[in-house]
Design a protein around this ligand. Structure first.
Ligand code: HAM
Length: 410
């Protein structure tokens, strides 16, 4: 019986898992520098955590959530995103007493989307959230953090930051009404799928890639026209600070994001190297969301990035840790071998012992696995109480006592 992986899922091994681990470790480094603490939440939550906050008419809630009834009829959902679980966890554990509270996490998310390059049904996100500050510096800081991380992981990639302001939640709901009216008046130029969205989710019509629809969209009302002068000034300051930080931006007046909880600043880091799944990181402000989820009335700002999408841009092969194979030429030398094995593990080397007791097989395996060194242990080494080390990249071979081995391997 051959069982294939479920559609939209993938296994990680070899070079891919090295890239994955490199991303997670860099996320932890950057988080520490910017003062964010790790928060790990369960993979499944009560469905109600997602249904309203993400938007009952959003694609994620309408079509993509993995929701099931538990045996006692509790309605459970595999988390499709990390912001609402983080807020839930911060509230459940009383983590919002000292503000601002800054958290990050990495982990698997689940969305039943049509799989393609860069889009999976189980994927991994990096998530950064800052709870409790309406200072626009929090927006700058979290964008700067994202930029720092991307520069570390994929310095050679062509990445652009798109930014927009949605104004207050009231501005956004007024805007939806205006859009519904506009698209109703221009119905004849829209596809059936988009006509269905006119009254439920008119913002999504703005994403259309259809040439004829794009022409209509160009003439549609702009959200920025509804935003107050004070909010527009703050938005200007944000853009000025980003320019000061030399983070190039493109203002995209139609950037509204796919989840319902956003207001004020929204942003996306995009690449032109991945085809249609081109957003590496997306996020923004979500003032009001924490209160909706039963917490204090405090604002929040954050972003999430797709680990698999970043991996697709990490072209450079990552060097393996210094890998050392141990070749014992006869089982009777195991006791001598165990000394060097234990010594190297204690000194943080990664060791591979193949149980072959055959020089030729051991050498060919070490070469195949691209080991850096092989340590040979035979009769001579046992008698002289030393170890023979062969450097597999240049063929050099030396016999050393255990005390001199560290200097040689450095
Ligand atoms: P999102 O835009 O839905 O935002 O997802 C963020 C990122 O996750 C995307 O830009 C993409 O890189 C990655 N991603 C999303 N879906 C998939 C998929 N099916 N396969 C692979 N990667 C994917 C959120 O999730 C918000 N919670 C972001 C946020 C945090 N806003 C504020 N705080």
């Amino acid at each position: 019986m051959k069982i294939n992986p479920v559609r939209g899922t993938h296994d990680l091994f070899g070079e891919e898992i090295r890239k994955f681990n490199k991303i997670v470790s860099e996320v932890k480094n950057v988080a520490q520098k910017f003062g964010f603490n790790e928060l790990v939440t369960p993979i499944f939550e009560s469905s109600e955590l997602f249904e309203k906050p993400l938007g009952e008419q959003s694609d994620v809630v309408l079509k993509e959530m993995y929701t099931f009834n538990d045996r006692n009829e509790d309605k459970i959902t595999l988390r499709p995103e990390y912001t609402t679980p983080m807020i839930r966890a911060a509230i459940s554990n009383g983590l919002l007493n000292i503000l601002p509270a800054k958290f990050f996490g990495t982990g698997q998310m689940f969305r039943r989307e049509r799989p393609q390059k860069g889009r999976y049904r189980q994927f991994n996100q990096i998530n950064f959230e800052n709870f409790g500050s309406d200072d626009f510096f929090a927006d700058i800081e979290i964008i700067c953090l994202a930029n720092t991380l991307l520069k570390k992981l994929i310095p050679d990639s062509n990445i652009t930051l798109y930014i927009n302001s949605l104004g207050t939640r009231k501005n956004l709901s007024d805007y939806k009404k205006l859009l519904s009216k506009f698209f109703n008046d221009n119905k004849k130029s829209l596809s059936k799928a988009n006509i269905d969205k006119i009254n439920t989710n008119p913002l999504r019509i703005l994403d259309s890639k259809n040439v004829e629809e794009k022409e209509i969209i160009k003439k549609s009302p702009k959200l920025i026209e509804l935003i107050s002068k004070t909010d527009l000034n703050i938005y200007e300051e944000i853009k000025n600070c980003l320019t000061e930080l030399q983070i190039p931006i493109i203002e995209d007046l139609h950037l509204v994001r796919g989840l319902d909880y956003y207001c004020h600043t929204v942003f996306e880091f995009k690449t032109n190297e991945l085809g249609s799944q081109d957003t590496l990181i997306g996020g923004g402000r979500y003032d009001g969301l924490i209160k909706t989820l039963g917490g204090k009335d405090i604002p929040g700002v954050g972003w999430a990035g797709g680990i698999e999408r970043i991996m697709l841009l990490m072209n450079k092969i990552l060097q393996k840790e210094k890998d050392i194979h141990i070749a014992i030429l006869d089982p009777s030398h195991k006791i001598h071998a165990i000394k060097i094995y234990d010594f190297l593990i204690k000194n943080n080397f990664s060791i591979y012992w193949n149980y072959k007791y055959n020089l030729k097989k051991s050498l060919s395996l070490a070469n195949e696995k691209k080991a850096n060194y092989i340590i040979l242990i035979g009769e001579n080494e046992k008698i002289n109480n030393n170890f023979t080390i062969k450097n597999l990249s240049n063929g050099e071979q030396v016999s050393l006592e255990i005390d001199n081995i560290l200097d040689y391997l450095k």
